[in-house]
Ligand binder design. Structure first.
Ligand code: UDX
Ligand code: UDX
Length: 465
């Protein structure tokens, strides 16, 4: 395989957009074209105003500004981009199935399959196809079957190259990756394809950080990495419940165990529960695969990580109801934050959605402020749950752009996302505008306990009695 100089990526989302922008910025001699079926999204990627890119990610707009129009292009002309490319990344979404076999657990691969069929139809010369979306193990095999049974003379190499970027730090994670994983066939042509992709990353990463494996190890490693990370969060969250019943403080426990170099300090921050497009979905995939091989003990073990996460969200909502004298009906509760973590406008599986849904069932009146999430998104998230009529969601929940004014005559504030700006609010002024007793439910352990108590708040912090 000669050197790669034409790359195409199908899917201009949270993964495809930032990843391709970084590749283009680091490899000036490679043309990178990102395509998507969604015209609105592509228009946003091409917007002259870089503040209107479709996703918010620190450092992204600077990188897009550097390369867009030079060797980075966003387009809806999918066939043309496939035809030109030597290497095609598939980075479309793979939601959990909402119908049929594996409903609620297995990943829906229809978009992946559509992409594969499209590539098979258009390709006139050899291509390397790279799965970038997180997928159940064995998907590469399925893609290969579709591509190889098209009847033309084109030969395809399928690689698995899972993404490890975390939202909010995507650009840094890409530029300073802990490792890059490339899975492919152990045949000479498979080896060559792996080397070709490795060559792209070697523009900015040392070769020792690029791990070459077989396809299945690579696919499975992605699921396992996310399962281990999520497991740490559920582990500490389970302990937070115990801390609240005793005089232990979860922060002190995290710190004490994190000092053990075998455990390490990261991912031990207790919270209202993990969210994001990957953790839950990847664990569900792992559970589904294990179960499909009859490994029920393994499946049950990993499923528990999700059950604890659901418990944590429910516990947080229940505690709000109990603290507000067992009824929140007609009470104004302010939500600070809707995104699944700070520095992103992504809300997929955000704990805020489920906490809001539980409180709306109790007829609370919720007012949401999030610095980056749109009103449209918030209602879409709630409507998707289908718990009540959309009109009812709009009647009971309001979205505001002004966080302080919103607190007027509120009964309680719940912190759902750890946005830095919340720390610097004038909490004395907020206290004065609220009804008394004024409650704060801090699901992110963001504020200072002593200071909040001093101001006069009834302050509840996850993991402290
Ligand atoms: C991620 C990852 O790729 C995946 O690993 C993870 O498991 C969940 O989703 P992400 O980039 O976050 O994808 O998803 P999203 O922001 O929804 O972007 C996917 C894009 O693919 C969308 O813009 C969609 O319009 C596009 N798409 C989807 C196509 O272009 N063609 C299709 O056939 C389907
Ligand atoms: C994750 C993985 O980190 C990344 O490698 C993979 O490619 C995609 O999935 P992401 O979902 O973007 O990334 O965010 P991450 O930072 O991992 O956080 C996931 C969730 O866990 C967030 O809701 C976060 O608030 C929560 N979390 C994380 C905690 O509650 N406590 C912690 O200590 C860490």
């Amino acid at each position: 395989m000669k050197k790669i100089n034409e790359i195409c990526c199908i899917g201009a989302g949270y993964v495809g957009g930032p990843t391709m922008s970084v590749i283009a910025s680091q490899c000036p001699e490679i043309n990178v074209t990102v395509v998507d079926i969604n015209q609105e999204r592509i228009d946003a990627w091409n917007d002259a105003d870089l503040n209107r890119l479709p996703i918010y990610e620190p450092g992204l707009k600077e990188i897009v500004a550097q390369s867009r129009g030079r060797n980075l292009f966003f387009s809806t002309e999918i066939d043309k981009a496939i035809d030109k490319a030597q290497m095609i990344f598939i980075s479309v979404n793979t939601p959990t199935k909402t119908y049929g076999k594996g409903k609620g657990q297995a990943a829906d691969l229809k978009y992946i399959e559509l992409c594969a069929r499209n590539i098979a139809r258009v390709a006139k010369n050899d291509k390397i196809v790279v799965e970038k979306s997180t997928l159940p193990v064995r998907t590469a095999q399925a893609i290969k079957n579709i591509l190889q049974n098209t009847g033309n003379e084109v030969s395809f190499e399928i690689l698995s190259n899972p993404e490890f970027l975390a939202e909010g730090t995507a650009i840094n994670d890409l530029l300073n990756a802990d490792r890059v994983l490339i899975g492919g066939d152990e045949t000479p042509s498979g080896q060559m394809a792996k080397e070709a992709l490795s060559g792209v990353y070697e523009h900015w990463l040392p070769k020792e950080k690029i791990l070459l494996t077989n396809v299945w190890s690579s696919e499975l490693s992605k699921l396992v990495a996310n399962a281990f990370l999520a497991q740490r969060v559920s582990s500490i969250n389970s302990i937070s419940a115990l801390c609240e019943k005793t005089d232990a403080n979860v922060q002190e426990v995290s710190k004490a165990i994190g000092f053990d170099s075998r455990i390490g300090p990261k991912f031990l921050q207790s919270s209202v529960g993990f969210g994001g497009s990957c953790f839950q979905k990847d664990i569900l995939n792992l559970v589904y695969i294990a179960r499909s091989y009859g490994l029920n003990e393994v499946a049950n073990y990993w499923e528990q990580v999700i059950l604890i996460n659901d418990y944590q969200k429910q516990r947080f909502a229940d505690n709000i109801v109990t603290s507000l004298y067992n009824t929140v009906s007609g009470k104004k509760i302010i939500f600070y934050g809707w995104a699944f973590k700070k520095d992103t406008n992504d809300t997929r599986e955000s704990a805020a959605i489920y906490v809001a849904d539980a409180l709306l069932e109790e007829k609370a009146e919720i007012v949401v402020y999030d610095p980056k999430v749109s009103e449209k998104r918030i209602y879409a998230d709630l409507d998707y749950l289908n718990t009540r009529e959309p009109t009812e969601n709009r009647r009971l929940l309001k979205v505001v752009k002004e966080p302080i004014e919103a607190t007027k005559e509120a009964h309680a504030i719940a912190i759902l996302t750890e946005w830095d700006e919340f720390k610097n609010y004038d909490w004395k002024c907020i206290f004065h505008s609220m009804l008394k007793p004024a409650f704060i439910f801090d699901g992110r352990r963001l504020l200072d306990t002593e200071k909040m108590n001093e101001i006069g708040f009834k302050y509840y912090k996850i993991g402290e009695s």
